[in-house]
Design a binder for this molecule. Structure first.
Ligand code: UDP
Ligand code: MG
Length: 314
């Protein structure tokens, strides 16, 4: 029988674990496919780990694993840890909060069975069901990142996917520290089908992604898969060089014809502030890349496991 692994990053999701497991089992009860649960406890400070251990104790005949991180390493680290630990022929990345209904995993699986030319399915939201302002920012983000990046992004596509084993193996080979899954999925290629889905309400608890966290994530995404911001310096430099040449010629002609009285205080102050500002911004951009190079060269582990807990499978 084929096996689907569910990779479930969990950060303070104590109330959702049991519910998620029950609902998923209901959906797959009659299907001819095995389910492997790979929960990742991403340094939760509530009872998430306890709930996972309980689940393992109560369902010894099932295939349940819990990777317990030594602290919070973030969802991206949880995803790669889960992919590395998964053993299924298919792997789905899915949130613990039931916003991504597990019934779509079955739908994606059925699609891949029927359409063997595809290697992965990604769910995307036709309608965004969230805060209007965040939705607008996300739209801008896709617009910008698609223009800048070396990979393509499907707007509103989520991390909620079902991948064939070969895709998972390709993703695992990408061992960068700063991980931006949407870019990585796109980078590894393979035929991907985009399936519309409806995001549901979070079952229990609160969202873990604040606006600031989303902004940082967006910057990670751009820096990870684009070198265009680095070229902005060259672009601005060239423009101002040409402008200054024209101005130089103008000043020389002025000097030779009507002469120059001492003036231009405002012009000089404006120019100093303007170019000072631009230089600092560009230094910041270079710094964003440099900082990541620095961290990347240290080759630190992307996550550290406190332990792995699992059911004793026959
Ligand atoms: N998550 C995680 N580590 C983090 C933040 C979030 O593993 O540092 C998990 C979280 O438990 C959930 C999933 O990532 O299962 C998506 O997070 P959330 O629902 O808070 O994000 P949203 O749906 O609001 O984008
Ligand atoms: Mg959520």
């Amino acid at each position: 029988m084929e096996k689907i692994s569910l990779v479930i990053p969990c950060y303070n999701e104590e109330a959702n674990i049991v519910y998620f497991h029950e609902e998923t089992n209901k959906i797959f009860e009659k299907e001819k496919v095995k389910i492997e649960y790979v929960f990742i406890n991403d340094g939760s400070y509530d009872g998430t780990l306890l709930e996972m251990k309980k689940l393992i104790r109560k369902n010894p005949e099932e295939d349940i694993k819990c990777l317990n991180f030594s602290r919070n390493f973030g969802k991206e680290a949880a995803i790669i840890a889960g992919l590395e630990a998964s053993t299924g022929d298919y792997v789905s990345i899915i949130d613990a909060d039931m916003q991504q209904n597990p019934k779509y995993v079955l739908k994606m699986y059925e699609f891949l069975k029927e359409n063997s030319e595809y290697d992965s399915v990604a769910c995307y939201q036709e309608k965004r069901r969230e805060n209007k302002i965040i939705a607008i920012f996300k739209k801008w983000f896709y617009h910008i990142i698609n223009r800048l990046s070396m990979v393509d992004y499907k707007e509103n596509a989520s991390d909620f996917r079902l991948l064939k084993r070969k895709v998972v193996d390709a993703i695992i080979k990408m061992q960068e520290y700063y991980r931006f899954s949407k870019g990585i999925f796109s980078y590894v290629g393979f035929e991907t089908y985009y399936m519309p889905y409806e995001v549901e309400k979070r079952k229990y608890g609160k969202s873990k992604f604040s606006f600031i966290k989303l902004c940082k994530y967006a910057i990670d995404g751009i820096v990870s898969f684009s070198l265009v911001p680095l070229k902005i310096a060259t672009f601005i430099g060239s423009i101002s060089f040409i402008a200054s040449l024209i101005y130089l010629i103008y000043i020389i002609i002025q000097k030779l014809t009507i002469g120059i009285e001492i003036s231009g205080y405002a012009t000089i102050v404006c120019l100093i502030l303007f170019f000072g500002g631009i230089q600092l911004i560009i230094l910041g951009i270079i710094g964003a890349y440099l900082g990541r190079v620095y961290i990347e060269t240290k080759r630190r582990p992307k996550y550290i496991l406190e332990g792995v807990y699992k059911t004793e499978k026959k």
